[in-house]
Design a protein around this ligand. Structure first.
Ligand code: COA
Length: 151
């Protein structure tokens, strides 16, 4: 468990918290949100999800899947009322720590090219822009930037 001064806590997401995670994803990412069942099934298979709490309240989550020595971040989302308080940073730290523990070669993800907040977050943690997927996203159609952190 990682705890910081402003009562921000990050720990592994419990299966019964998958709905909370899905709800915050839907608020944050609309139709790109994962369902609670999808999150639970992923965790049961090859996924690792972390939950962030501020003053005891669930505020967001982040997850990744591990395939051989490759890690793919699924989503990271923080409730709109609790942004810019460091929750995503603590979630990113937990994800990176776990990826290192699993001895993954890299963590990678796709992000909308217009998503300056997320791109800035990932850059802060050492991810670099390694490519682009044309028209990867729909509603609205947009390119994805591929960002990767090599270990
Ligand atoms: C991206 C997101 C997860 C950041 O969550 P957060 O808890 O507010 O982030 P933090 O407070 O930990 O901020 C960490 C860094 O992210 C970046 N950041 C966060 N919000 C930002 C904003 N509105 N504009 C620019 N940079 C931003 C900054 O680099 C920030 O570091 P700084 O505070 O030193 O400037 C949040 O905005 C969110 O849920 N967005 C919608 C979902 C989403 O787009 N997820 C990514 C999908 S790939």
């Amino acid at each position: 468990m990682i705890e910081s001064e402003n009562s921000l806590t990050v720990r592994a997401l419990l299966p019964e918290e998958a709905q909370l995670a899905s709800d915050v994803e839907r608020l944050s990412l609309g139709h790109e949100a994962w369902t609670a069942d999808g999150i639970r099934e992923t965790v049961a298979r090859n996924g690792y999800y972390y939950a962030a709490f501020l003053g005891g309240a669930f505020v967001g989550s982040a997850g990744f899947t591990a395939v051989l020595d490759e890690g793919y971040i699924t989503n990271i989302a923080v409730h709109p009322d609790f942004r810019r308080m460091g929750a995503a940073s603590e979630l990113a730290k937990a994800v990176i720590e776990k990826a290192k523990e699993l001895k993954l070669s890299f963590l990678s993800l796709e992000v909308r090219e217009s998503n300056a907040a997320a791109i800035s977050l990932y850059e802060k943690f050492g991810f670099s822009n390694v490519g682009r997927r044309k028209n990867f996203y729909s509603e609205p159609t947009e390119d994805a930037v591929i960002m990767t952190l090599n270990f």
